[in-house]
Design a protein around this ligand. Structure first.
Ligand SMILES: [Zn+2]
Length: 491
């Protein structure tokens, strides 16, 4: 009996998924468990799996199968989605000449090395040449994939297919004005002091375990570990692991990290398995993934109701320590000032992203030169955040993204916040007494809502269409500003 083209395509995608999860397992082990002496061997293993993956993902037969399924007389919804998604990824993998791919790999590696050195010396000029090379290569790659489109739109598809530079300009423009206003109002009010009680790290981890179970994380298909940088990672079918980082003197930031990664992991655990594998049943975009993490981290995890529920859980682990939910709520929703993105709260955070978006688009459009970047950074930082970075390390050198050649990645963070705000607004419309549910720890209504409307849909639809189907036609900018206004100007 011969296999149908759809069966054969599905089998190949399943094989690719298997390779990718093996890669995930190697990466997870490397960051969580691996002794330092194994680094060389591990690099070899990862390189080998990566090579196998690349060979299979660019094979001629895979291209033939995609087109054969596209030509089926009555394709199902799954088959149509698989063709749309795979044509894009296959084209991106095969259109870049091998010479360009290897030049990029080299430039990104030496870019990261130069960035580390430049950041240490706090001197942008030590990184300028690498940045120029990375920008040039990114343009070249975009050209190779599709020379008829704006290079930024081509690069954006690595992360957020379905969104364009025009969409971002429109949304970010409106957002920036509203954010600046909220920031001003919030800064004018006297903020509460931060929550800096000493909390034993081992007990904090035990608390995180309780929170994860209460929220609905399937611990038979995942674990929580510690690592230097928090992350989550799929290592097998629905086995999605979380690593967090706790700070003895800063309970809330460790908890936020766990809630963030939990949101990512719940999305991955909720993706169904079906024919077509990840060609159909994977996250729709980086922005959508980020919406899940930010919804749990911020909208839920920093809400009044959540802290009220948390109080007795906290008391079990820290019987001698004070935890006033209202105070904790206020301290975890305070406006920050400063020039570092990763320390920014939700309002300023988006301004940091808009700043980076403006600069990377200008670089790719060649409206500014690499030499002009630090000046432009300082100018926008002053305009958006009211602060000029002290030096290059606190300004243009603070993030590693451009060093590794990732252009078009930054917007995903704010897209995630925008989508999360609309999902949250819709959730509150369905459950007007949402805060009461949170107080009682009734998180299942939220998880079920997300499972049904987002997770189980996989990548059948592109993000904008999926959002329209799941939360209706909503104005994301309006929803985000509404949410932030309520949270930051009334605390
Ligand atoms: Zn994230």
């Amino acid at each position: 009996m011969t296999m149908s083209v759809w069966d054969e395509l599905s089998q190949r995608i399943t094989d690719l998924d298997t390779l990718s999860s093996i890669g995930g397992l190697l990466g997870w082990d490397q960051q969580v468990m691996m002794p330092s002496g194994s680094a060389g061997g591990r690099a070899q293993q990862r390189e080998f799996i990566g090579r196998l993956y690349h060979e299979q993902a660019t094979s001629t037969r895979l291209g033939e199968l995609i087109e054969a399924v596209a030509a089926l007389p009555h394709p199902t919804l799954e088959q149509q989605a698989a063709v749309r998604n795979l044509r894009r990824t296959y084209r991106r993998a095969t259109c870049v000449p091998p010479k360009l791919a290897s030049r990029m790999a080299q430039a990104n590696a030496s870019g990261v090395a130069a960035w580390v050195e430049a950041k240490k010396e706090r001197q942008f000029r030590l990184f300028a040449e690498s940045l120029q090379t990375n920008v040039d290569l990114a343009r070249e790659r975009a050209q190779a994939i599709d020379s008829s489109r704006h290079p930024y739109n081509v690069l954006l598809e690595d992360y957020d297919p379905g969104t364009t530079v025009e969409d971002l300009r429109r949304m970010f423009g409106a957002l920036q004005e509203g954010l600046a206003e909220i920031r001003q109002q919030a800064l004018a009010r006297k903020g509460p002091s931060p929550f800096t009680e000493y909390c034993d790290p081992a007990k904090q981890l035990a608390l995180h375990h309780d929170v994860m179970r209460a929220v609905g994380y399937d611990t038979t298909r995942g674990v929580l570990n510690e690592s230097e940088h928090p992350f989550s990672c799929r290592v097998g079918s629905q086995d999605v692991r979380i690593a967090t980082h706790v700070h003895a003197q800063d309970l809330l930031s460790g908890l936020a990290a766990t809630m963030h990664e939990l949101g990512h992991a719940l999305y991955e655990q909720g993706l169904p398995e079906g024919q077509g594998g990840s060609a159909v049943y994977s996250a729709t975009s980086t922005g959508m993934h980020e919406s899940q993490s930010r919804l749990w981290e911020n909208m839920i995890g920093r809400s009044r109701g959540f802290y009220q529920w948390l109080q007795p859980v906290f008391a079990q682990h820290f019987p001698d320590q004070a935890f006033d939910p209202e105070n904790v709520y206020r301290s975890s929703n305070r406006i920050t000032s400063g020039s570092i993105r990763i320390f920014a709260e939700e309002v300023s955070y988006n301004l940091h992203i808009i700043l980076r978006f403006e600069i990377e688009v200008a670089l790719l459009e060649r409206r500014i030169t690499v030499e002009e970047v630090p000046g432009e950074w300082a100018r926008l930082s002053e305009q958006f955040l009211g602060v000029r970075p002290k030096d290059d390390a606190e300004g243009v050198l603070q993030d590693a993204h451009w060093a590794g050649g990732a252009f078009g990645y930054f917007p995903s963070y704010t897209l995630g916040n925008l989508y999360a705000a609309s999902i949250f607004a819709q959730l509150r419309e369905c459950y007007p007494d949402l805060d009461r549910h949170l107080e009682k720890g009734n998180f299942s209504i939220i998880l079920n809502f997300l499972r049904e409307r987002i997770h189980r849909q996989g990548h059948l639809f592109e993000t904008p269409e999926l959002l329209e189907k799941s939360v209706g036609h909503r104005d994301h900018v309006h929803d985000l500003l509404d949410y932030l206004r309520e949270r930051y100007t009334t605390v």
